[in-house]
Design a protein around this ligand. Sequence first.
Ligand code: C2E
Ligand code: MG
Ligand code: MG
Length: 588
Amino acid sequence: MSTGVREGLRAWLVHALAVPTIATVKLRSRVSGGFYLTGGVIVVLATLGTASWDAADIASIRAIGYFAILTGPLLILFGHRLPRGAYHGISALGTALISGLVLYGHGGEASVALAIPYLYVILDAAFFFGIRGLACHIGLITVAAALSMHHVGLSSADTVLIVGVAVVTGLVVASLARAANLAEEDPLTGLGNRRAFDRRLEEDLARTQHEHSTLALILLDLDNFKIVNDGHGHQVGDQMLVACADAWREVLRDELLLSRYGGDEFAAILPDHSLGRAADIADRLREVAPSGVTISAGVACWAEGDTASVLLGRADVALYEAKSAGRDQTVVYGDPTRGASELEAAIGAGELFLNYQPVIRLSDGAVVRTEALVRWQHPRRGLVPPMDFIPQAERTGAIHALGEWTLQKACSETAFSCANRGVAVNVSVPELRNPSYAEIVKKILVVSGLRPDRLTLEVTEALFDEDDPQVVRTLKELRAFGVQVAIDDFGTGYSSLSWLEKFPIDVVKIDRSFVQAIDPDRDRQPVLSAIMAICGSLGVSVIGEGVETPEQAQVLRDLGVDLAQGYLFGKPMPFAQLPAEPAIPAPR
Ligand code: C2E
Ligand code: MG
Ligand code: MG
């Protein structure tokens, strides 16, 4: 068999065996419940005044009808709590009840008419079970119908007609449902795609919120997938993805909540799962991955009030931590053993405060804005500098709470002051990965009353290593809103100047190591001149950081640098100590 034909066959099989992703347990409970309820009502109605049904045992037929009428609403209301497997039982029960109707019809017209509801069971199975499940139910119905209809003396023509029409209708519905499902299916693995995932997550979260239950999320990412894909070709990469999907489908079989979230990233939604159980499942999924493939996993749990994007942001932070801690491991967001809660508690206890450092215009010394720098007044450790807790906050996910607190504090204090200056706030890359970040910033601006163009967000060069398109999307959205974006500590990372063109930024802050390396006796500053030339041609403004001497300030001024910041002009200080309107004289 040629590779093309084999691939085609495989794709068809994956597609045919899968259950449509739209066939959620919730929908299933409603449809099955609806079939039971309406089937019962129709049967009871049919028993009223049917003279030709004289031979039938009307009382028993009605009893079955009433039983179905009672079961229907129970399924509609509570059926979504049943495990998927239970629905095989519910379908089989339907088949048994209908066979009972056929038997109590005692042959003739009544038994033929009462066999029609077999169609319900087949339609139900066609939509909600994979092809294997459907085949089992078709087999069961065929046997049950043939036996009961034969028992009451109906001709085999009646059986063939009724069962044949039901089976063909079921098969057509099954293939139509799968065709409709294609928009939500990942063609390679047969799992749900991102669209299916997003829809399901919204639905499941609404239910979780309503029922005050729990929900956990697992993000799985193949380690070094890019190397395999680039080194061994896409076909090998594809095979690896398919092998993972097949292995994981087995583990999560009944829950059916696994989707391919994008590239080499998979996501599983686990309703009613605690963090601990979800972490165990994540470990299990990593274990069963095909040999030679290692997996990083991030796990997060829904908390009251979380939107889907906040929850996703958390799982993403956990995944990122798993990757940066060396890959091949599961990291659980907000695990208290990892120190996130201490910082979050410190925020709640009011142990954090902001210092502000003036940023001045070199031409006249006016304070154009300040940079907010966070401090932690720890009850035992004393004053803790940001470098001692921010990297850890980024790993544990506490950075989200910290970042929001800082932004809110900096914006409201700045908006409150009479001086019409701006404020710069440092932002960590994991914050930008949160799809709701732009919304959070906009809300804080609106609530504090600070004009968007008075806010600058400072991001370090770590941004350039980011391959999450969400980060660029967030930056673009914020800039469109009027917020400025600055690259902090420029020149310390390994990034090349070409990144400046690719990322949406307004300001470059030259790292203080360059400023402090200035030799005022040399008349040329080749590196600084080159940075200035590039920023000038890109229309990006430049700030010199860490200016400590008047000579450094003069060199920067001569190079055409607009703004500067450093101990020469002012150390970081509490808000109340900031000078009022342009009080700092231009250095000369
Ligand atoms: P950064 O954004 O580059 O902030 C400038 C740092 O340089 C500050 O240190 C500041 O005190 C120091 N500095 C300013 N002028 C001079 C100078 O003339 N000479 C010298 N030697 N140092 C100077 P700090 O406050 O310890 O902050 C360190 C870093 O912590 C910041 O670097 C920033 O990356 C991070 N950070 C501070 N606050 C926050 C925050 O709220 N959120 C986030 N994500 N990061 C923050
Ligand atoms: Mg900064
Ligand atoms: Mg800096």
